[in-house]
Design a protein around this ligand. Structure first.
Ligand SMILES: Cc1cc2nc3c(=O)[nH]c(=O)nc-3n(C[C@H](O)[C@H](O)[C@H](O)COP(=O)(O)OP(=O)(O)OC[C@H]3O[C@@H](n4cnc5c(N)ncnc54)[C@H](O)[C@@H]3O)c2cc1C
Length: 313
């Protein structure tokens, strides 16, 4: 049986209390949200915090709402709540695409959006989705609040800019009219981590790409982001040829590692192909053609694993 090392347990009653507890315990304390990543790491003794600060009573950090021209998501929002949110589906279907293929209902019922970002697993899905939509995160600590673009949030595998004593409290996504977004993932089996995945948010001005955001996961893209492909698309026609070229650039500029999920060439190929597919789907949504395009692509182009994952959602 895997048993964590000894630790003290504190239950925070509000954000200020959590920050006070973090200050009291210092750098050896860790926040526990859903616990789906931290507890297994503690059982394997990969993490040995002296104290766990449980933030599950901070229900005021569980929300999805509009705040002016931003969609704001509390850090304690569960995956299942993001998936169930009509507001999210209306503005950014990319998150529903991604949530349908994150783990399984048990993990989604408990795991949190904030915990997923802070875990900073290199194969984490929401990090790529938030990079695509150019979100920012709000971090609170003893010295106040700061806001950090999500494209600067991750500083390495399992590392973020959240310092000891700080708490991620909110994710802010700018809402802009006329866009479309989509997420495409290949996994070895339903509920598994990505072999590779790509997320896109696109805004069209007629047939021209007015703006675009592209996120990648599991393929070593710095900050889960594909800036070269984005730059190539801005101001050009939203055509199959240009989407394929953006996919090629995304593949060229990522740095996958070979592991049990596949060799480097395969992952690089997926990064390009999934970027191109996500661009097509996001553009179809921006044009209001979602049903027609997704039906065609499902029957003609998607590998079996992509069809399987939809059934699960
Ligand atoms: C079987 C299984 C399958 C999975 N499959 C996928 C998948 O396909 N795709 C995917 O993306 N993820 C997947 N996951 C990961 C899962 O989505 C995340 O582990 C989980 O949701 C992380 O969130 P949590 O709330 O459980 O975080 P916790 O485990 O509680 O915490 C994770 C880390 O974040 C820190 N933390 C948490 N909240 C905060 C906060 N508000 N401020 C500062 N630090 C914080 C903790 O201290 C800890 O270091 C899977 C997990 C499991 C167990």
């Amino acid at each position: 049986m895997q048993v964590p090392a000894h630790f003290e347990y504190e239950r925070a009653t509000c954000v200020d209390h959590a920050i006070a507890l973090l200050a009291r315990w210092g750098s050896e304390a860790r926040v526990v949200a859903g616990g789906h990543s931290l507890i297994p790491m503690m059982k394997l003794r990969l993490a040995r915090p002296e104290a766990l600060i449980d933030i599950n009573d901070l229900t005021d950090l569980s929300y999805v709402r509009l705040d002016g021209d931003h969609l704001v998501i509390g850090a304690m929002t569960r995956h299942a709540d993001l998936l169930a949110s009509a507001l999210v589906g209306e503005h950014y279907p990319i998150f529903h695409d991604a949530e349908r293929v994150i783990a399984d209902p048990i993990v989604r019922n408990r795991g949190t959006v904030g915990g997923s970002l802070c875990q900073a697993d290199p194969s984490e899905d929401l990090s790529a989705a938030f990079a695509a939509v150019d979100a920012s995160v709000v971090i609170r600590g003893p010295d106040g609040t700061r806001t950090v673009p999500v494209r600067e949030f991750h500083v390495g595998p399992y590392e973020t800019v959240v310092a000891p004593g700080e708490l991620l409290t909110e994710i802010r996504v700018p809402v802009r009219p006329g866009g479309g977004s989509a997420y495409q993932k290949v996994e070895r089996r339903v509920g598994d981590w990505a072999v590779a995945a790509a997320g896109v948010a696109i805004w069209l001005d007629g047939d021209t790409v007015a703006d675009v955001g592209i996120g990648l996961t599991a393929v070593g893209a710095p900050h889960f982001h594909a800036p070269e492909a984005e730059r190539a698309l801005r101001g050009v026609v939203a055509s199959a040829e240009n989407f394929a070229e953006a996919g090629r650039l995304a593949a060229e500029n990522c740095r996958p590692s070979a592991d049990q999920r596949g060799p480097v060439d395969y992952k690089r190929h997926l990064a390009g192909e999934l970027t191109t597919r996500a661009l097509h789907r996001a553009a179809a949504r921006a044009r209001g053609l979602e049903g027609r395009v997704s039906t065609r692509r499902r029957s003609e182009a998607e590998p079996r694993s992509l069809r399987t994952q939809r059934k699960e959602g």
